[in-house]
Design a protein around this ligand. Structure first.
Ligand code: SF4
Length: 340
């Protein structure tokens, strides 16, 4: 077959989708329908387009490594339906007071020795109390002194708290939108979508980079996944770092027993995030341990370029560090340096 006839044979809907992909890189708003059209593309076309956008803005064989530590575990007053740390669910997670600064610094130094460039500190709070802020800011300063990038996820922030974090030079603040506005109330009722957007605004106002993503596989529709990506991509500016989590089902949480999402649908979500937020670091986050190496490789092909590294996430498991090194070697991928 002559190659011209290949071009003229492209169905109209695929030509439309191609022009959507051409939006990538422009400073534009995305509609949910447009993002759903991306998610609806033939899989190979979607991955090809995502990979092209990826290569325009990133080293396609590099991955940023972050390590996450829980600095205060369990006993949270919120009702996030996926979370084993909510006090109201019986999941076997033991409550733990805030870790000492020394033990956090020791963990950060160990993560650095393993190749992590960013150290994320998470606390199971609705938001920090003012009395927690002193210890948290000292922790951030101590980890920064090791030459690592710092990230914190502490729940909702008041303007003054965001300012305090900005003053000690916190590099990133993670606060996820979790899902689309329409599906949100199925998952969380103790805070609303606007609360989340307000915290993100305070983080930006304090000059801290925004790390913001969501969770898929919570029983949402493809349209809801498109709705989440639209919210993220339309933040002004879109987040520098976009964690895409695959629900880890924990017994005792309301979402335990949810129908498991097809892994290829997860890969599609990564691709849509890459196309609509071309310069962001798209992070393959929770749920990676449950993914085969082949699915992880497809996620990298679809534009994921950041992973959590270390044997544990906040309370759920993560692939073993040696296993990760072996996978990256197999794929010929290298880790990115700290400023990337
Ligand atoms: S996700 Fe965060 S805010 Fe929600 S219950 Fe868990 S620790 Fe609390």
């Amino acid at each position: 077959m002559h190659c011209n006839s290949l071009t003229s044979d492209i169905p109209n809907n695929r030509k439309v989708n191609k022009s959507l992909v051409e939006k990538a890189g422009e400073s534009v708003q995305w509609t949910v329908t447009e993002i759903q059209s991306l998610l609806d593309m033939p899989f190979n076309d979607l991955i090809f387009q995502a990979q092209q956008v990826h290569r325009r803005h990133h080293d396609a064989n590099a991955v940023q490594l972050s390590t996450l530590i829980s600095v205060k575990t369990g006993g949270c007053s919120e009702d996030c339906g996926y979370c084993p740390q909510a006090a109201r669910y019986h999941t076997g997670v033991e409550n733990q007071d805030m870790l000492s600064i020394d033990s956090v610094v020791t963990a950060a130094a160990a993560a650095k020795a393993q190749g992590a460039t960013r150290f994320c500190m998470g606390a199971a709070w609705r938001g920090p109390k003012q009395r927690d802020m002193e210890k948290v800011t000292q922790m951030i300063s101590a980890v920064k002194a090791l030459g690592m990038e710092t990230c914190a996820t502490l729940g909702m922030l008041k303007p003054e708290q965001a300012r305090q974090l900005g003053e000690v030079g916190l590099d990133y603040y993670n606060h996820n939108l979790d899902t689309s506005p329409d599906y949100y109330e199925e998952i969380i009722t103790t805070r609303n979508y606007q609360d989340r957007l307000d915290t993100l605004r305070e983080v930006r106002n304090a000059g801290i980079n925004v790390c913001c993503g969501g969770i898929v596989g919570m029983g949402e529709t493809r349209e809801a996944r498109a709705g989440l990506i639209a919210q993220l991509a339309n933040l002004d500016p879109y987040p520098n770092s976009v964690p895409v989590n695959h629900l880890v089902q924990v017994e005792g949480t309301p979402l335990y027993g949810t129908a498991v999402l097809d892994p290829l649908e997860f890969v599609r979500t990564i691709a849509a995030a890459r196309i609509t937020m071309p310069k962001a670091m798209v992070r393959l986050s929770a749920g990676r341990r449950e993914m085969s190496e082949a699915v992880q490789a497809l996620c990298f092909l679809a534009g994921a370029n950041s992973i959590f590294y270390g044997d544990k996430l906040l309370t759920t498991g993560n692939p073993d560090v040696q296993q990760d090194k072996a996978l990256l070697d197999k794929l010929g991928m290298q880790s990115l340096s700290a400023s990337s």
